[in-house]
Design a protein around this ligand. Structure first.
Ligand SMILES: *Cc1c(COP(=O)(O)O)cnc(C)c1O
Length: 228
């Protein structure tokens, strides 16, 4: 077995254990392999081990990988900051975008989504820890943005995403994830139909699963440390 396939097996076991520990069905948690800065060979190893969902942060690098792998069964998730001049390629080549935090970007993605593809799956990135430097819409503004995005024809608003500030204890890690879950529930009580919570990375996976994560984005635990 390659390193990557060993790590994937271990991670699936961890996800299963975390889900079982809180009474959740592990089948409700989808693993996104975050492959930013990782060489193509490691992605190929992951595909060979059965991994289908990949997360990328940098558009140019992602397009090269998507082209090189030429595999229609793969599901590509854009999870990095989005500049408006990048929306056309993102709309054309990705299946999900997790990092939408303003209407202008959402409008462009909707307008530029090719007609022969299904609506683009969207998660709104929420600045759940309230950090000045972090991207993401403020929790108080999520409802308005969600309502506006729900009206865009070529997008399918699926849920909320967050990258909380690092925390030391499991209990402290859970707080922002719990807030994100509550925010999703509130939106659904007011007319949204969100089915996704994109939260949990290598360091806070168990906490995110305990609070209802449906999409976990894991890089280091699969591919090892990034070199840049
Ligand atoms: C890099 C990245 C990840 C993966 O982080 P790891 O700690 O390597 O698991 C997840 N989400 C986002 C938005 C990232 O940028």
């Amino acid at each position: 077995m390659t390193d990557v396939s060993t790590q994937l097996t271990r991670l699936h076991n961890d996800i299963q254990a975390a889900a079982t520990a809180c009474g959740r069905d592990p089948g409700g948690i989808r693993l996104i392999a975050v492959s930013k800065t990782q060489p193509l060979d490691k992605l190929r190893d992951a595909v060979a081990a059965g991994q289908t969902d990949f997360g990328e942060n940098y558009l140019q690098e992602a397009l090269e990988k998507i082209t090189a792998l030429q595999n229609d069964a793969l599901v590509w998730h854009f999870i990095g900051p989005i500049q408006s001049n990048k929306t056309r390629d993102i709309a054309a080549h990705f299946d999900w975008v997790h990092s939408v935090d303003r209407l202008k970007i959402a409008r462009r993605l909707s307008e530029q989504r090719p007609d022969d593809r299904p609506p683009l799956n969207i998660c709104l990135q929420v600045n759940i820890s309230g950090e000045d430097s972090k991207s993401g819409v403020a929790p108080a503004e999520v409802a308005d943005l969600a309502a506006q995005i729900n009206a865009l024809p070529r997008l399918h608003l699926r849920g909320l995403m967050a990258v909380p500030a690092p925390a030391d204890t499991r209990a402290a890690q859970r707080q922002p994830f719990a807030r994100l879950r509550e925010l999703k529930d509130e939106l659904n009580n007011h007319g949204c139909a969100l089915d996704s919570l994109s939260m949990g990375m290598t360091g806070d996976l168990e906490a995110a699963i305990a609070e209802g994560a449906t999409l976990v984005r894991v890089g280091t635990a699969i591919f090892g440390k990034r070199t840049r």
